[in-house]
Design a protein. Structure first.
Length: 113
């Protein structure tokens, strides 16, 4: 078995995999990257790297943070839309054309007459 890869290479690879997972919406892939990425950052504490390599890693991590924030925002918007649709009511009209807003309980069925 050969020598372990330099921590800078491992971090660069993991951060790139994280970027790809974020861009593809691969939540399962993100969860698989979490532990190895944490371990790689722990290794970084014990094995310093060059300033140039550190700058590359910081740039990748910042990029991924922006992507993660955008993904969280998108999920929050989708969650709000689904919640709004689930709790939306119904506008009904009587024989004289007057409208009335009613909440739509999930267990009640409406029929068209």
């Amino acid at each position: 078995m050969g020598a372990p890869r330099p921590v800078s290479e491992a971090l660069a690879e993991l951060l790139n995999a994280q970027k790809v997972a974020l861009l593809n919406g691969d939540i399962e892939g993100l969860s698989k990257i979490e532990a190895p990425l944490g371990r790689a950052f722990e290794r970084l504490k014990k094995h310093p790297i060059s300033d140039q390599a550190l700058e590359r890693i910081q740039k990748s991590a910042r990029r991924n943070a922006v992507l993660l924030k955008a993904a969280q925002s998108g999920l929050n918007i989708a969650r709000a839309r689904v919640s709004d649709q689930m709790s939306a009511g119904l506008t009904v009209y009587d024989a004289k054309g007057r409208s009335q807003f009613t909440s739509s309980p999930a267990s009640r069925l409406l029929a068209r007459r």
